[in-house]
Write a protein of this length. Structure first.
Length: 582
């Protein structure tokens, strides 16, 4: 290997390790890697930010804006309300929710589809007395399956389409992937509805009938009230009498230290509690405790639960740094951290994808914090809220899809024209437009595209491809196809789907050249494999979001996901060569 090849391999390896570690945001890691490659002379200075002009990045930005605009238009909210009115048990409900999730994710991308259907699914589970753990993994998996069907179903599909075009393959139309992804999605959803959910535990009790999501254990800070029955109670007796865990006690502004068995509660003490939402409600209702005034300004007006999706601006922030009371007149009451323990105070928690915040405030204030910070409310929105021009917004999107399908223009131009049209007709205002772009995804894409080019231009992709071509599996076109698919399936849980296709794309193109076949079927296999993340909770953000909401453990994903992974693998090996010949 040459010095440049060793350097690009070292940069990419460190980048992948940082992605897998998850300590820093993916966009920050990718931009750092890009700048390192520029300083090392592997990426020309004038091409350092060429990724931002890539049509795939423009298309992804437009899809994100359109998806969130249609999702907030109210049309699909109303469509989900009739799900709860239909008869049937768990299987029928799964068929409806997973079917809707797969269908919506073909057009609004899989993350947007989950954000749309998640509140309705939780509300239905609440009213029907079902455990959310039976519904949420199937819903998440169904949205990933639906993303395989169209060019805009998930960002990696757009990236792969660009790679296919640049490598001399055919130009992918909006629905070309449906020949492969459509049957896979149908069979996969059928498996989830008929078989897959039986592998999931009914780990969490049904949500409380109060209308909240009732989502597992919360970390909160409460004050022991004057005259409380807890006053003078030894800490072990408190934890025995009430199913709570006390992580710390603050008395007169100082944390108590020493043996927990020696602590006794006193009026005015601040308890750092870990408790179920229902237990916390009981303690508050009886007057035994009240929320700490540090986090509560006045009496709670309306209490709701919100989770952090991957595009939230609150990711990586501490509760204190968000200044919720000063900026939004909203109080933070408790945080659920996907079952992970946290022994510090509420204000010190660094928020991550899937965390659930219990917030209180007026309805307008809660709406504002949800919109400005990109938080996802875990209850259906008020159907009385009047959307702005929803039918016209839908028509703009439909015309963009039609124009792209008929080759009247490219997908990036058609989709961006739809965004501009939505602004002109008043369905989308400019401040909302910029808030609805997931800048972290765009920066990740734009930073990794030049790195991928450097990976190919230094000959590193060819060197790795020659090593892979020597494997027995690589001696036939079907073997190369299986290898590309296996690599994508194995890597996407460690990275994310966007990074997976950008890293593997140059390698499989070189593999195709070495095997004297078209790169198109191998690249399509990478796109399918990048969406086949059914084994872990952290490979795709949808799986991460539902982890805490469903009370899942790591093994729950693989128990339900292994058969689905095998289904996708087998159908892909059969369908891809039929649709995209070698």
């Amino acid at each position: 290997m040459t010095a440049s090849q060793l350097t690009i391999c070292a940069i990419l390896l460190l980048t992948l390790l940082c992605f897998a570690w998850g300590r820093w945001r993916h966009d920050l890691v990718a931009m750092t890697a890009l700048l390192t490659a520029v300083l090392a002379g592997l990426v020309p200075t004038e091409a350092a930010f060429s990724g931002f002009a890539n049509p795939a990045v423009i298309s992804v930005a437009a899809v994100l804006v359109i998806g969130r605009t249609l999702g907030s238009s109210g049309l699909l909210d109303r469509a989900t309300l009739w799900l709860d009115r239909l008869p049937g048990g768990t299987t029928a409900l799964l068929a409806l929710t997973c079917g809707c999730g797969g269908l919506v994710s073909t057009m609004l991308n899989n993350a947007g589809a989950l954000a749309l259907l998640l509140p309705a699914t939780l509300a239905i589970a609440n009213r029907r007395g079902l455990s959310p753990s039976l519904l949420l993994i199937p819903l998440s998996f169904a949205t990933l399956l639906g993303g395989m069907v169209t060019l805009i179903g998930t960002p990696p599909n757009l990236v792969i389409a660009q790679m296919i075009r640049h490598s001399g393959g055919q130009t992918l139309d909006m629905f070309d992937l449906a020949v492969v992804g459509g049957p896979i999605a149908l069979v996969g959803i059928a498996y989830l509805v008929l078989v897959g959910w039986h592998h999931l535990p009914e780990r969490m009790p049904p949500a409380e009938p109060s209308g909240g999501a009732g989502l597992g254990r919360y970390h909160s800070e409460v004050i022991i009230s004057a005259g409380s029955p807890l006053d003078g109670l030894p800490l072990p007796q408190l934890e025995h009498r009430h199913p709570v865990r006390v992580h710390g006690v603050v008395r007169d502004g100082r944390h108590l230290f020493g043996r927990r068995e020696d602590w006794s509660c006193q009026a005015g003490d601040i308890l750092l509690l870990d408790a179920e939402a229902s237990v916390l409600d009981t303690l508050l209702a009886t007057g035994a405790v009240r929320f700490s005034p540090v986090h509560l300004a006045g009496e709670p007006e309306e209490v709701c639960e919100m989770t952090l999706p991957p595009q939230s601006l609150a990711l990586g922030s501490t509760a204190d740094s968000l200044h919720l009371q000063q900026r939004f007149a909203v109080s933070l009451l408790a945080i659920s951290r996907q079952g992970h323990r946290f022994e510090g105070s509420l204000s010190q928690m660094r928020l991550g994808t899937g965390d659930v915040l219990m917030l209180s405030g007026s309805a307008p204030a809660l709406n504002k914090v949800s919109e400005d910070l990109g938080l996802l409310r875990l209850a259906p929105r008020d159907p009385a809220i009047r959307p702005r021009h929803p039918l016209w917004a839908t028509a703009c999107f439909a015309l963009a899809v039609l124009a792209s399908t008929l080759h009247l223009t490219t997908p990036s131009v058609a989709l961006m024209a739809a965004v501009v049209a939505m602004v002109l007709i008043g369905a989308l205002d400019l401040p909302s437009l910029y808030r609805r772009i997931d800048w972290s995804v765009l920066v990740l894409l734009a930073a990794l595209i030049p790195l991928g080019d450097a990976f190919a231009s230094t000959g590193t992709a060819d060197w790795l491809a020659r090593g892979l071509a020597s494997l027995p599996l690589s001696q036939t076109p079907y073997g190369l196809l299986a290898l590309a698919l296996l690599l994508a399936i194995a890597i996407t849980p460690i990275l994310n789907n966007v990074a997976t296709v950008l890293m593997l794309g140059p390698i499989v193109i070189s593999l195709a050249e070495a095997g004297h076949i078209s790169p198109t079927p191998l690249l399509v296999a990478v796109a399918i494999g990048a969406s086949t993340d059914f084994l872990t909770p952290f490979g795709h953000h949808n799986n991460t979001i539902v982890m805490g909401l469903g009370g899942y453990q790591f093994r729950d994903y693989s128990r339900a996901g292994w058969p689905l992974t095998l289904i996708v693998f087998g159908l892909s090996l059969w369908l891809i060569p039929l649709a995209f010949p070698f």
